[in-house]
Design a protein around this ligand. Structure first.
Ligand code: SF4
Length: 359
């Protein structure tokens, strides 16, 4: 029995790719790839069980953030390096194929469906750059693509593959329902933060200032409001309790970048994670003062204690000193890295949903 590794996101296209191969009695193992900016592994594993396949999960980490610094084929409309990203995913799929003794790799890609990675020439480029060329089958568009090794050798019947092209989903939905009995059609979604225009300024800031961004640097981008304080320091200020918890958890990780954490001591307010991503290693008193000012910027005046507000400044997990916080005009004026409407400090405080002193 032929065996295939199918790149499996859990989207309609990859579900169809699995169904098409299963209809030819080909053994299928799903492979879900987690990147620093996209993780739907839980949902994919659940969908895989519905399809009766095992789904393996592989993670791209610091090798991914290194690629993001300078993707060979550039970015899409936001900061999505789709060609490089797909190439890395397929390289990993090729490794899994060898490890598992499978015959080929398949994906749910459709010619012309995505402008930055699925045009005909891009599919050919990704196949050759990933080292899979003849062993990469795209069952949904196979009939409009060059014949692959599994088709040539008879492991896969080319006649029973498809010639789908273009961006429309109606043909794929009809195919899924009428030919393969797929009842629940997943909504289209990349779920990839790198495609979000609102997220892009943070990524660009990281790429500009961080010489070698890591998985940890990438994970920090997902939480709170971000401020560039200096070429060496930036701060993430929690917006809500979940952000506080996430920033504290990030500070506790062994792979963290040089950083310090501020947690309010005698009032409810946001945690502030300051990250050193440039050449100046030790935080100066000025950097600490601005971070303290940023913390206060997002607390309404009537929520402050009658006595002087204090916070614990952790320079490593479990090692903190209590400091007194003071308003700071530089912190009040610092623009957020995101492109969004400019709030006055008082509005910022009013908008803030953070209510945390549990960290
Ligand atoms: S959308 Fe995101 S996960 Fe998908 S190929 Fe592009 S960069 Fe990679």
């Amino acid at each position: 029995m032929a065996e295939a590794i199918v790149l499996f996101s859990g989207g309609l296209d990859s579900i169809l790719a699995v169904r098409i191969l299963q209809a030819q009695d080909i053994g299928v193992t799903g492979l879900n790839i987690v990147t620093p900016f996209h993780d739907n592994s839980e949902e994919s594993c659940r969908l895989g069980r519905d399809l009766g396949i095992e789904v393996l999960v592989e993670t791209l980490a610091n090798d991914y953030t290194a690629m993001l610094k300078k993707p060979r084929w550039g970015f899409g409309k936001a900061v999505n390096p789709c060609i490089d990203c797909r190439t890395m995913m397929l390289q990993r799929a090729g490794e899994v194929m060898i490890r598992r003794g499978a015959d080929f790799v398949a994906t749910g890609e459709v010619v012309g469906q995505r402008p930055h990675s699925q045009m005909m020439h891009q599919l050919a480029l990704i196949a050759s750059q990933s080292g899979l060329a003849g062993k990469l089958l795209r069952p949904l568009s196979a009939k409009v693509l060059p014949i692959t090794e599994p088709e040539q050798s008879g492991l896969v019947c080319r006649e029973r593959l498809f010639s789908c092209t273009g961006r429309g989903r109606s043909g794929l939905i009809a195919l899924a329902r009428s030919r393969f009995g797929v009842e629940k059609i997943p909504q289209p979604s990349t779920g990839c933060q790198l495609c979000e225009q609102s997220f892009a300024p943070r990524v660009r800031d990281m790429l500009k200032y961080t010489e070698k961004p890591t998985l940890w640097d990438a994970h920090v981008l997902a939480y709170g409001r971000h401020f560039r304080i200096s070429p060496s320091w930036k701060a993430a200020v929690a917006r809500r309790l979940a952000d506080c918890q996430a920033l504290v958890a990030l500070f506790g990780r062994e792979d963290r970048t040089d950083s310090f954490l501020l947690v309010p001591e005698n009032f409810n307010g946001p945690a502030v994670l300051a990250v050193n991503d440039g050449p100046q290693r030790e935080p100066s008193d000025r950097i600490r003062a601005i971070c303290a000012g940023l913390l206060l910027r997002f607390v309404r005046a009537d929520k402050l204690p009658a006595e002087e507000p204090t916070a614990t400044l952790f320079d490593s997990p479990g090692h903190g000193t209590i400091i007194t916080l003071k308003r700071d005009s530089a912190a009040d004026e610092l623009p957020m890295i995101e492109q969004r409407r400019k709030n006055r400090p008082s509005q910022d405080a009013a908008d803030n949903e953070t209510s945390n002193n549990e960290t």
